[in-house]
Design a protein around this ligand. Sequence first.
Ligand code: ZN
Length: 287
Amino acid sequence: MDWEGDLTHVNVFTVDRGSSAYRPFQLFHLAEVLLLFLNQIFWHDGVFWETPATWRKNDMPLPAVVLLSGGLDSATTAAIAKSEGFDLCALTIDYGQRHRFELEAARRVAKMLDVVRHEVLRIDLGAFGASALTAAIEVPKDRGDEEMGHGIPVTYVPARNTVMLSMALAFAEAVGAADIFIGVNAVDYSGYPDCRPEFIEAFERTANLATKAGVEGTLKFVVHAPLIRLTKAEIIRRGTELGVDYGLTHSCYDPGADGLSCGHCDACRLRLRGFAEAGQRDPIAYR
Ligand SMILES: [Zn+2]
């Protein structure tokens, strides 16, 4: 059967349409019309329209863009994406952090997870100031659970996750990846508005409205936030199951010049408590 054919060549057969011998040709017509119809649906410009679902069917790994900060959460998220069979394209945003240790950790984690590509982009959110992570504002220390659980802390970086997801989306569209992974968590960081499920869902809608691949339907973007409802202890247990070496990661907002974690900022406290609750020892060193 000719997939590219049309109905006209069937007419070369000279059969009396009144005879019973014509019946097989009627069926042939029907089959060909059906095939032309399927052709219209599944073929695009004469080339099979390759969708991620098709790649999956052919057992080819799909690319996924993973935001990799070098912290515990993003390392776990990347390991989850890898365990789901994706080829990882890691994206690290150098947004003008107070220190470089996170970026070094991101490179170590990318190596550990054998990513196919790692881009480190410099986007200086520090130029705007207004965050303890990018400006000369003191990082809060030894805050209790009550205090950490309320309000938006000064370690919030204005619109950081929107900026990061936008860059991840650009990377994803460029490499033909429909899947974007981000390690946000709404349990421990309930104060950050851009870590909430509502934000992730809204960004996913934006991704499909804002891109050529989205509006033409060649990619249906999905923003995965697999840690969003997990506690720190659950995240650590999941990562440990997947073989994540947390000794390569860095979480502290305010490390010493030697890179050692302070043990007192919100990030250190949540991390230490997470390991304690998971019944594990945190492999990194503290001051
Ligand atoms: Zn710290």
